[in-house]
Design a binder for this molecule. Structure first.
Ligand code: SAM
Ligand code: SF4
Ligand code: SF4
Length: 346
């Protein structure tokens, strides 16, 4: 890789490339109403063929090159990543990667939890560091209405405990809040996870994609969430672990653990955004809100060398200027093509 400049890789705004999120499938066994609504992702929806998806070898190769360029965190996502057959094998391949100074990478996975009870031990054995489980409600009827496939909440709760027992903790639980849908669950969720060692994180509902009919007044601002919890269970801020961290962290004063708040809408963190995303069929996106990606699969399958791939990634990152969330307020809603969350994985 002698052709790669040795200076640290920064984008047009000086942000390093530290995080790579890899979608391993565009399929999911849930139809969360805000992510893969049935009207669009129904029986007739055409998902990608297996041959269109990057193979594990292709993913490993891209990840290895990204790690050589500065990536320190890899996150597997989807669709539902645990639906990808043999995912443990990919985890094992990625866990073997080393940074230029010989360190392992932080390897995490975001899941709806449905297959975790059967997969947690194997994922841990393969080298997965942590899991994040998505859970938007503790109420059975509401949870099933959100996932829209009648998946019981008790099974996700069990999956969280199984994952922690398997050593994949602390488990992060991601809750997307939507005004009028589940905002009344802020306290019940906080109460449920206080003192368990799991870390509950509230995420502001975002205008990703074009299928969820997003409206600004459906966003429950993080400040409101933290205030509501603080009134009952006093909180204090915790210093961020590192600059690119998306969540602001809060600790219960009584020692019952911590929560996180991800203010993607009300307090954009583009200034520190060090994430790139690769879709299941190998498109590279430099922003969650990008309208188009760069076709890495064409390079991979066209015979590009590692050095050529590294040059392509470096070039894409150097010219990256994305700051959509900072600009959101000034943009007219509905006038942009945007990729779907189920396609890129959050
Ligand atoms: N299927 C896996 C899961 O649900 O965890 C991984 C992929 S899913 C697209 C990743 C995360 O994106 C989930 O936590 C989901 O709740 C979140 N998400 C989907 N649409 C969203 C939106 N419009 N705003 C905020 N988060 C969203
Ligand atoms: Fe599937 Fe995750 Fe989207 Fe729900 S949020 S539909 S589980 S990809
Ligand atoms: Fe990063 Fe784009 Fe989100 Fe800003 S809007 S934080 S640049 S992904």
């Amino acid at each position: 890789m002698s052709s790669i400049p040795s200076r640290p890789l920064g984008d047009a705004r000086g942000r390093p490339l530290r995080d790579l999120r890899i979608s391993v499938t565009d399929r999911c066994n849930f139809r969360c109403v805000y992510c893969m609504p049935k009207e669009i992702f129904g029986k007739d929806f055409v998902f990608r063929e297996r041959s269109e998806l990057l193979s594990f070898e292709e993913i490993e190769r891209l990840a290895r090159i990204a790690v050589s360029l500065g990536v320190r965190k890899l996150r597997l996502t989807g669709g539902e990543p645990l639906l990808r057959r043999g995912i443990e094998q990919l985890v094992q391949m990625l866990a073997a990667l080393r940074t230029p100074d010989g360190q392992p990478v932080d390897l995490a996975l975001t899941t709806n939890g449905s297959a975790l009870p059967v997969k947690a031990a194997a994922l841990k054995a393969a080298g997965l560091s942590r899991v994040t489980v998505s859970l938007d409600s503790l109420d059975e009827a509401r949870f099933q209405a959100i996932n829209d496939v009648k998946f019981p909440v008790s099974r996700v709760l069990k999956a969280i405990d199984v994952a922690a027992d398997a050593g994949l903790g602390p488990v992060k639980i991601n809750t997307v809040l939507k005004r009028g849908v589940n905002e009344d669950e802020i306290l019940p969720l906080a109460e449920h996870f206080r003192g368990t060692g799991h870390i509950l994180r509230f995420i502001e509902y975002m205008d990703v994609g074009t299928t969820n009919g997003w409206k600004l007044d459906e966003v429950v601002p993080s400040a409101e969430v933290v205030q509501r919890i603080h009134e009952k269970y006093p909180l204090e801020p915790v210093k961020a672990n590192e600059p690119g961290e998306t969540a602001t962290r809060w600790r219960y004063l009584d020692g019952a653990g911590e929560i996180g708040a991800i203010s993607s809408v009300t307090n954009a963190f583009c200034g520190n955004c060090s994430r790139a995303r690769i879709s299941a069929e190998g498109q590279l996106y430099t922003c969650l809100f990008a309208g188009s990606g760069f076709d890495l699969r064409a390079l991979l399958r066209g015979g590009a060398s590692d050095a050529e791939l590294a040059v392509a990634l470096t070039g894409l990152w150097r010219k990256r200027d994305d700051n959509y969330s900072e600009l959101r307020a000034a943009l007219t809603p509905g006038n942009r093509r945007r990729i779907e969350m189920s396609y890129i994985g959050g």
